[in-house]
Design a protein around this ligand. Structure first.
Ligand code: SF4
Length: 429
């Protein structure tokens, strides 16, 4: 039997798709190279934006037409399946099974003939590693209890569930055996991880301390996405004192206005957020930051937008994921008063992006020249004499090697210039 998995959306969805892929291959199924060669197609959907769902409706139309030409089983899972459930089957009756996020781990058994039972909670898959990759996601928690007013995640992923410490360790041991170089611990609210181990409570910084002795070939540990309200001083100390934990942290800000943060239900303020970033920079001198920031939230005034711009300047990120508010049906913000016109949101976003691009160029140029450890990602397609690599700060390098390399090798690079977003240099002699 041949299968094909199409996955959309967040890193957790991608990791879950990789896990299903590994299980199906382990059970003797073959990955199809094209949809028209597949006996089973799994569409792993995303619901975070309306545009993501529109894209999936397009794919469903494609598979509806394909099913008329050649028989295949079409399984739709993920957040859109969870959100719409029977309505999805009703609107697209050619779908063979709609399977929610809690039952995702059962899909391989279901394909192989088992009946699908309604699960009473989210179940983690055994391993998420994609064969041959030097970087891997390690989901450690699922769901979210925060209910930010613009976000659909708590409705489609459910409440927070943490993976057992023993399972996280077992996954890291497998990745070490495969020679993986970098892991990203994943969770929608990763730093609210909570479990027990040997009879003791384990929070997120404690989990980082527990896994450290298992790290050998893994040189960078990253995590995404932390919530600022759960970023404790203990966590800052653990990052500062542990050289395996990359000193590049993604710290979602969303807005620089306290009033907007309250409307967003972010449970923090501008002052608390900037003070947290300040404490992190003080304790971890080599720290670089990235963030998520949204403009055009309902009721955002010009002054509040300016507060976001000034907070971005104070934060000084080397990377930012910037977007404008898009109402998500089923969330509180979608029906708030003061929805802004598209044109206003676009103009606010354009200025935010242009200021950020200029800022990150300035910050990166000020770092030059420097030497850094990085992981080779492959040969440069533009210049066959150069290799590409990624460093601790999530920065990209193009470098002239002193010997041949393969993806996953660790190199020391002397960076001497910045070209676009990429540092250029030589392998340290
Ligand atoms: S913390 Fe907020 S934005 Fe993040 S997943 Fe939870 S509800 Fe959504």
């Amino acid at each position: 039997m041949r299968y094909l998995i199409e996955s959309y959306g967040c890193q957790l969805n991608m990791a879950e798709a990789d896990a299903m892929d590994a299980i199906l291959r382990g059970r003797g199924l073959e990955r199809a190279s094209d949809p028209d060669k597949a006996d089973v197609v799994i569409i792993n959907t995303c619901s975070v934006r309306k545009s993501a769902e529109n894209r999936i409706w397009g794919r469903l139309g494609f598979y509806s037409a394909m099913k008329k030409k050649h028989p295949l089983r079409l399984i739709v899972t993920g957040c859109m399946a969870e959100r719409m459930k029977d309505d999805l089957k009703h609107e697209a009756p050619f779908i063979d099974a709609v399977i929610g996020t809690n039952e995702k781990a059962e899909i391989p058994d279901y394909i192989l003939g088992s009946a699908l039972d309604e699960a009473d909670g989210y179940r983690f898959l055994p391993s998420y590693h994609k064969e041959g990759e030097w970087s891997s996601y390690v989901p450690i928690m699922n769901g979210c209890n925060n209910f930010c007013s613009y976000c659909i995640v708590p409705y489609v992923r459910g409440r927070e569930v943490s993976r057992k410490v023993e399972d996280v360790i077992a996954e890291i041991e497998r990745l070490e055996a495969d020679g993986v170089r970098e892991i990203t611990l994943l969770g929608q609210n990763v730093n609210s991880y909570h479990s027990t181990y040997n009879g003791h409570d384990v929070d997120f910084p404690t989990l980082l301390e527990i896994i450290t002795p298992y790290l050998d070939s893994i040189i960078f540990v990253r995590f995404e996405s932390p919530h600022p309200k759960d970023f404790s001083d203990h966590l800052i100390s653990v990052i500062a004192d542990n050289e395996r934990i990359a000193s590049h942290i993604h710290l979602p800000m969303q807005s620089g206005s306290t009033r907007i943060l309250q409307l967003m239900n972010r449970k923090t303020t501008r002052e608390a957020f900037l003070s947290l970033a300040g404490r992190m920079k003080e304790r971890i001198p080599s720290l670089t930051l990235s963030t998520d920031v949204m403009v055009g939230f309902p009721g955002e005034t010009d002054q509040e937008y300016e507060e976001t711009l000034s907070a971005m300047e104070a934060l000084g990120c080397t990377e930012a994921f910037m977007y404008y508010f898009n109402p998500r049906e089923g969330t509180r913000a979608a029906s708030m008063d003061g929805q802004l016109e598209e044109g206003v949101k676009v103009r606010r976003l354009e200025r935010l992006i242009s200021e950020q691009l200029e800022r990150q160029r300035r910050i990166k140029e000020s770092m030059l020249p420097f030497s850094a450890r990085a992981i080779v990602t492959g040969e440069s397609r533009d210049d066959g004499s150069m290799y590409l690599a990624r460093g601790e700060h999530n920065d990209y390098f193009a470098f002239t090697p002193s010997s041949p390399h393969k993806a996953g090798d660790i190199v020391m690079i002397d960076a001497s210039e910045l070209s676009g977003n990429t540092f250029r240099g030589h392998e340290h002699a």
